[in-house]
Ligand binder design. Structure first.
Ligand SMILES: [Zn+2]
Length: 341
């Protein structure tokens, strides 16, 4: 009987070598291990032999069964692997594989600051104005009370593309274009790209972004400017933020001031970002010079206005702790990823 069992195993080994698919394998499984299989057949005869021999045959029968089960499992795994390889060759996707995360974009820190500022000023009733980046000298300088040979032009080292035409050095020409087209009351913000022929370093870039604001109406005073910018600072950096105004000079505003806010990073407690002063200078502002209003055909006896402008990168560097302005223009996705989550 033992020989009979070993013979069954040999026969199964021969058969399994020729198996080509799962259906054949299943048939073989039933044939050898099923209720009507040869092993069961041998075991059914155990009653007719001695007890000692019965034990021995039982042991061998179990061995053969285990061996057969193992062979069938291995054959099954092998068939599965072959099937997968065939599917890959045919280009069939394996839907059990984990999904590759699609590459998505992230908002740029400059865009984030512009968006936040635009939303703040929109909530105060301002409109967003736009203008050309390739600008006439007339709008970029002359109309803003910066005639040729004015020393302020030295601060605006410019990219001229032809006589009289340059890449705008600030967003202020859009103020002029707006005042020439629309009658007061005017309340606009102008986010946009500007260019200056600056040598590039950690804090300077030939390309940068500004946001300009302009309000013109009857009875606008410096108090309106101060109140507006204080509200902006609180909405932008937090309720506890304070502002500081110091006299400054710009050709297109009179009087002019430089605005600083309590450091958004250390909240005025002094840190590296605010160079241990507790304040960060962010903005130039002032009352629109009557000459500029008159240039645009607005009666400066009836109307007055205020204007302000700031560098977007400077705000983004302060808020996000970015120490080198060049990082904004390097298109390194790792920088952007930090702000997209
Ligand atoms: Zn600080």
């Amino acid at each position: 009987m033992k020989e009979e069992l070993y013979k069954i195993l040999e026969e199964a080994k021969k058969e399994i070598a020729n198996i080509r698919d799962n259906i054949e394998l299943e048939k073989m499984k039933v044939k050898f291990l099923g209720k009507k299989g040869p092993i069961k057949d041998v075991l059914s005869k155990l009653g007719s032999i001695s007890e000692e021999l019965r034990k021995e045959v039982g042991r061998v029968a179990n061995e053969v069964k285990e061996e057969l089960t193992k062979m069938i499992d291995e054959a099954e795994a092998h068939l599965k692997k072959l099937q997968k390889e065939n599917e890959l060759k045919k280009g069939v996707s394996d839907i059990s594989l984990p999904l590759k995360k699609p590459l998505t974009g992230y908002p740029h820190p400059v865009s984030l600051v512009v968006e936040k500022m635009v939303n703040i000023f929109k909530s105060m009733g301002y409109s967003v104005a736009d203008g050309p980046e390739l600008e006439e000298e007339y709008y970029n300088f002359d109309m803003l009370n910066i005639p040729p040979h004015h020393p302020a032009r030295d601060d605006h080292d410019s990219f001229y593309v032809m006589p009289g035409m340059l890449l705008r050095t600030h967003t202020s020409p859009v103020q002029i274009r707006t005042m020439k087209c629309f009658k007061p009351p005017i309340a606009i913000v102008v986010p946009g790209r500007c260019y200056r022929r600056d040598a590039t370093d950690a804090t300077h870039s030939h390309t940068f972004h500004q946001m300009e604001g302009l309000v013109v109406d009857k009875g606008i005073s410096f108090a309106d400017l101060k109140g507006t910018l204080l509200l902006w600072a609180k909405m932008m950096f937090g309720e506890e933020t304070q502002i500081r105004l110091r006299p400054d000079f710009f050709p297109f505003t009179e009087p002019s001031a430089e605005l600083a806010v309590t450091c958004p990073v250390c909240k005025g407690k002094k840190c590296n970002v605010c160079k241990h002063t507790g304040w960060v200078e962010l903005m130039g502002c002032g009352m629109v010079d009557p000459i500029v209003l008159e240039n645009c055909g607005i009666d400066s006896e009836v109307y007055s206005g205020f204007a302000f402008g700031l560098g977007i990168e400077r705000v983004a560097m302060t808020v996000y702790g970015i120490s080198d302005i060049r990082q904004f223009f390097e298109n390194d996705l790792r920088l952007l990823e930090q702000f997209g989550k």
